[in-house]
Design a protein around this ligand. Sequence first.
Ligand SMILES: [Zn+2]
Length: 186
Amino acid sequence: MSIRIPHSFTMPTFKVSVTKDYLVFASAHFITFAGHRCEPLHGHNYRVAVTLEGALDEESWYVVDFSELKRIMRRLCDEIDHKMLLPLRNPKLDVRERDGSVMVAYEGKPKYVFPTEDCALLDIPNTTVEMLAQYLAGRLRDALRELGVTSLVALELEVEENFGQSATYRESPVADNPNPAPGRRN
Ligand SMILES: [Zn+2]
């Protein structure tokens, strides 16, 4: 009797990374804490690192084309660079866009008004580095799938807001039929 070994156990995999020095965005945010505390508005020079693990593309002998990976990540960082990052799923914040302005209320009290073009409205519950990392990972996963990259077994995305202060989101296995990325949910 022979034991059938799943294909994934026999397939060698490689890790490839794009590092934080290349991928940056400078943005404003504030987070809400448990209870009735809300940070004052401030900014960070965020840096992003991506690690992908997967099998080789059989024709090209790489996991993913670095130029494509960098292009995707640069686009995702540019979308939120020099923006006010605002979460749309925070139960303590009411974020509304009207007539070219975004109005933000905290626990029912008006707090900020920003020009719409200066805001990135993100379908996440709080603009922590954890949620930013998960958001960007979801967008990257979708973009890679559109490119036809389907051989990944793990995807890691790190967002650093200060030197030595970061969060890493890891997804393994990479979902075949994932929910849409958080930022794209209706
Ligand atoms: Zn901060």
